[in-house]
Design a binder for this molecule. Structure first.
Ligand code: RIB
Ligand code: CA
Length: 289
């Protein structure tokens, strides 16, 4: 069973990734750490606890950075007013600010653990700054970046890399064992309303539908459904059978009009360049069917 620490800015697709991971039976969640991004860290933390509560998952949640390393916080628009679509009444959660410490502890006490980063990389960069070489004992699977395709915040930049380009630049240049799941392939994994309606009305599925309302409304015109960015990275972290990678060095621009953009050259970061989207969509639907 794969041991995993998940870093999230729960938002709608982070929530779907957590629901998948909690139900897939393929991983043991060591901890979940939260960061600002789709919403404030107060909202991403309470949203994360709400989603784990749906699963009755016992994973501990530790909150992290309330702002990027050097930029002002820029939050997303398509996740609803508090980051979980139309879900109402999510209880407030306490913020302990321990994320970077818990990431370091998880890596040093679990050789080979997978750190699944589904958010701006602020917490990962802070842990890297604090623990340095000790962080090398883990595998990192990161959802982020637009490598050969255009961005989803500006024409050049993907959201996670745009929000904290300084953290992305630091982590991608660190030499850690990184698999990057960029927009280029995430855009191929789309959940349609019809597929969502084909699922049985369990507690989780009812919650997913409420979360997805504004997200679907935002994405449906251009994609015909909800783009499952974070669920794809979560599934690839556990099963790369239908994902091809290429070794690249990814340089991240930290300022100006190309803030958050990626310049790929030959290197060691394993960038996912091709997926069998049908395979991963079937796998995602399997756990909720
Ligand atoms: O660009 C998509 C990424 O940004 C996803 O992780 C989404 O949740 C947002 O954080
Ligand atoms: Ca996310």
């Amino acid at each position: 069973m794969e041991k995993m620490l998940i870093d999230v800015d729960t938002g709608v697709d982070d929530a779907l990734a957590l629901l998948y991971l909690g139900k897939c039976g393929k991983c043991e969640i060591e901890a979940v750490t939260t960061v600002c991004g789709n919403a404030t860290v107060a909202n991403t933390t309470k949203n994360t606890k709400y989603v784990l509560g749906l699963l009755e998952a016992q994973a501990p949640v530790y909150s992290g950075a309330a702002r990027p390393l050097a930029k002002e916080l820029y939050t997303a628009k398509s996740h609803g007013h508090a980051g979980l679509g139309n879900i109402e009444g999510v209880p407030e959660a306490c913020l302990d600010g321990l994320a970077e410490y818990k990431i370091g502890a998880a890596v040093s006490s679990n050789a080979g653990i997978t750190i699944l980063a589904l958010a701006p990389l602020t917490n990962i960069a802070l842990a890297l700054g604090r623990y340095g070489e000790q962080m090398a004992g883990a595998r990192y699977v990161i959802m982020g970046g637009a490598v050969r395709d255009g961005g989803n915040v500006t024409e050049y930049a993907e959201f996670n890399f745009y929000v904290d380009p300084d953290a992305a630049a630091k982590v991608l240049a660190s030499g850690l064992d990184i698999t990057l799941v960029p927009l280029d392939v995430c855009r191929k994994l789309v959940l349609t309303r019809r597929q969502l309606d084909s699922l049985p009305e369990t507690t989780e599925v009812k919650a997913m539908k409420a979360m997805l309302e504004p997200y679907l409304a935002d994405y449906e015109p251009a994609f015909g459904g909800a783009v499952l960015y974070d669920p794809l990275a979560a599934m690839i972290a556990l099963d790369q059978k239908e994902a091809k990678t290429e070794g690249m060095c990814i340089q991240v621009e930290t300022t100006g009009g190309r803030r958050g953009s990626c310049t790929p050259t030959a290197g060691e970061v394993k960038v996912v360049t091709e997926i069998d989207e049908e395979y991963y969509l079937r796998e995602f639907l399997r756990v909720f069917a």
